[in-house]
Design a protein around this ligand. Structure first.
Ligand code: UD1
Ligand code: UDP
Length: 373
């Protein structure tokens, strides 16, 4: 009998990590896949839908400028619940730890529909870092019937919370599937990622540092200190920083105000996924507070400095290819300078490895969904 699987997502990183699952479900006759996007993000979500070739069956179009967590969550619950009532799925699949994922799991629970959680078991053990994601994923972990943990570390975190061992499956992180898919696509069609040519020419001969920053817990002082660090790094004539700026107004006003006038800092619009993959290729170092970038950079052998106090992704740090540098200006600047000036320190971090997955996570997830009754 065909199972109806409702796949729910709403932000850029969920779309990137969920499109391999949607592709795999859609090509398997055992399933009827229904996609519902909350559109908690709009432009950044649409960029991923376009490259992945996904036209959602339901689009709740919920994004509002500078949305609050409670307003967003309320709208998500009622909107996603309505889609579940209409579709009556056998399973609801959510990814990660966003408001959309948490509300999707909760709305499914209110209807007693089983939930499968992709990227389960990430824990920082600090409910305010990252905020509100740590609690979002714990809520989902309480509800889910199937937990697709990317690594053994995340599976162990779930077992420590008394999740039944037979409900936990180590699948790898679908972000590696996504990165491999987009890399192959660019190789077949290089024009998909040639939009950085002007910047590449402008910064020819300079050492490129790729930057992203959007964490809510860094709003205010943290983000200002990060911007000041970038200013100080940009004082070096041998570097150029390429910074696709998250459209959240709380990010934009700080970053544009502090860095808008520097010749070797390019503040640009969010890149679509092929172009971001290109930036990962160009960069000598990635400086980020993103979750997904922490997983992608090691896969490409790029040292990643993580501007957070804690990480729920210890695998890169343990392997020595990622480093937590916090959000203080002097620490960020000195860690970047060390990587730029100390060849041994750089080579120790610049090793391609894949602690987060092997590119076959989506296939495993679909097999597991097919095997449950
Ligand atoms: C959200 C997630 C976070 C995830 C991040 C990835 C929650 C609570 N937060 O944070 O877990 O790491 O996405 O980027 O679920 N905006 C646009 N266009 C867009 C997207 C956002 O203009 O395409 C602006 C809007 O003003 C919006 C604001 O950004 O209100 C914030 O978006 P929101 O999804 O609430 O939070 P993020 O900080 O993006
Ligand atoms: N990304 C992108 N374009 C950009 C910046 C990031 O496609 O301009 C991708 C990146 O490759 C990664 C994901 O977006 O897969 C990370 O999203 P984000 O940092 O917004 O969220 P997080 O991973 O922290 O939840």
């Amino acid at each position: 009998m065909t199972q109806t699987i409702l796949v729910v997502f709403g932000t850029r990183p969920e779309a990137i990590k969920m499109f391999p699952v949607v592709h795999a479900l859609a090509s398997d006759p055992r399933f009827r896949v229904v996609t519902c996007v909350s559109a908690q993000h709009r432009g950044m979500l649409d960029q991923v839908l376009a490259i992945a070739g996904i036209v959602p069956d339901h689009d709740l179009d919920l994004m509002k400028p500078d949305q609050t967590l409670d307003g967003l969550t309320a709208a998500l619950l009622t909107g996603l619940g309505g889609v579940m009532d209409a579709q009556k799925p056998d399973w609801v699949v959510v990814q990660g730890d966003t408001a959309t994922a948490m509300a999707g799991a909760l709305a499914a629970y209110y209807r007693k529909i089983p939930v499968a959680h992709v990227e389960a078991g990430l824990r920082s053990h600090n409910i305010y870092h990252p905020w509100p994601e740590e609690v979002n994923r714990k809520i989902i972990g309480t509800i889910a019937a199937l937990h697709f943990a990317p690594t053994e570390t995340s599976a162990a975190a779930l077992r420590a919370e008394n999740v039944a061992a037979d409900a936990i499956h180590v699948t790898g992180n679908t972000v590696i599937d996504a990165l491999q898919w987009v890399s192959a696509k660019i190789e077949a069609e290089p024009a998909l990622a040639n939009g950085l040519a002007d910047l590449e020419a402008r910064f020819a001969g300079k050492r490129i540092i790729g930057v992203t920053s959007h964490r809510r817990e860094n709003f205010g002082g943290g983000l200002e200190a990060i911007a000041e660090a970038i200013r100080q790094i940009a004082a070096r004539p041998d570097v150029a920083l390429i910074f696709p700026v998250h459209p959240n107004p709380n990010v934009r006003k700080v970053v544009e105000g502090a860095l808008g006038d520097l010749p070797n800092v390019a503040l640009i619009e969010p890149l679509d996924y092929p172009h971001f993959a290109r930036l990962l290729g160009l960069a000598e170092i990635m400086l980020t507070d993103s979750g997904g970038v922490q997983e992608e950079a090691p896969a490409l052998g790029k040292p990643v400095l993580v501007m957070r106090e804690t990480t729920e992704r210890p695998e890169g740090v343990e392997a020595g290819t990622a480093k937590l540098v916090g959000t203080e200006t002097t620490r960020i600047v000195s860690e970047i300078f060390t990587l730029l000036d100390d060849k041994a320190a750089y080579s120790a971090m610049a090793r391609a490895h894949n602690p987060f997955g092997d590119g076959h996570a989506a296939r495993r997830i679909v097999e597991l969904l097919g095997n449950v009754r």
